[in-house]
Write a protein that binds this ligand. Structure first.
Ligand code: FMN
Length: 239
């Protein structure tokens, strides 16, 4: 089973998104999957220029010469795609959106009706693989992920892929701080690993496991206080 993962946090392995992505990939590896991880920050992925060259002039190929050329064969073969992104202004980060937009050459230009809805079928040679979202938000509430979930589910319908679920970590920055302080958060990291094992072994992740990953770290009011205190301290240090 081939797993292709992208982390679009500009903070890469030092970021909060990586804290959940790393054990998730470990779990999949333990269950026998082969994984490959790319940081979009290290890749050159231009934005789509919207000429539809990949549909009209040169079917299935983008005319742009950048790192998507390296990724297209991998995207075609992947059984599981993992999109890991921090919440940026209520959506995926910019580089992740570029990557998703540039997947257009994998689709045919023709429309078919599926459940009474227009869809572009995948071109031949593409796996109808699964998609997992791994995301991290600065705000406390779970509903900060709603726009990303709607987007990712719609993307899967359009790209003829199956949405396999999401590993969501609200008030994410606290996780690293609590880890550094030696506070008990191992259940969260273990649940991320377990979700990886489950996905490879059973083809799905249990809602109980995903709930542990998103569990409350502290009450909302405490989080707001800590956040404001640390911002105030950081501003004072600059004076
Ligand atoms: C440009 C920018 C926009 C952000 N927008 C949101 C947002 O809309 N909602 C939210 O909950 N957090 C938002 N955040 C906070 C990040 O999602 C949060 O800090 C996350 O843990 C960062 O993950 P990382 O360390 O992997 O990059 C934003 C951060 C940045 C830099």
């Amino acid at each position: 089973m081939k797993v292709l993962a992208f982390n679009s946090s500009p903070r890469m392995e030092k970021g909060n998104t990586a804290l959940i992505l790393t054990p998730f990939l470990e779990g999949m590896r333990e269950a026998g999957a082969e994984d490959e991880l790319f940081y979009t920050r290290k890749l050159k992925i231009n934005s789509c220029t919207g000429e539809f060259n990949c549909w009209l002039k040169n079917p299935g190929k983008c005319y742009q010469d950048d790192d998507m050329n390296l990724l297209y064969p991998k995207l075609r073969e992947a059984d599981i795609l993992v999109f890991a992104t921090p919440v940026y202004v209520d959506g995926v980060s910019g580089p992740m959106k570029n990557l998703m937009d540039r997947m257009l050459p994998l689709l045919q230009p023709f429309c078919e009706l599926r459940d009474g809805h227009c869809r572009h079928p995948l071109r031949e040679g593409n796996e109808h693989g699964k998609v997992v979202l791994v995301s991290n938000s600065g705000f406390w509430e779970m509903d900060n992920f709603d726009p990303l979930l709607v987007h990712m589910k719609a993307f899967c319908k359009n790209a003829s892929r199956q949405f396999a679920g999401a590993l969501l970590r609200p008030h994410g920055p606290e996780l690293r701080r609590m880890m550094k302080m030696g506070l008990p958060i191992d259940d969260i990291l273990e649940a991320a690993k377990e979700a990886g094992r489950q996905l490879v072994k059973n083809g799905k992740m249990s809602s109980e496991t995903l709930k542990i990953i998103s569990r409350e770290l502290m009450p909302l009011e405490t989080y707001v206080q800590i956040l404001n205190t640390s911002f105030a301290r950081a501003s004072l240090q600059k004076l």
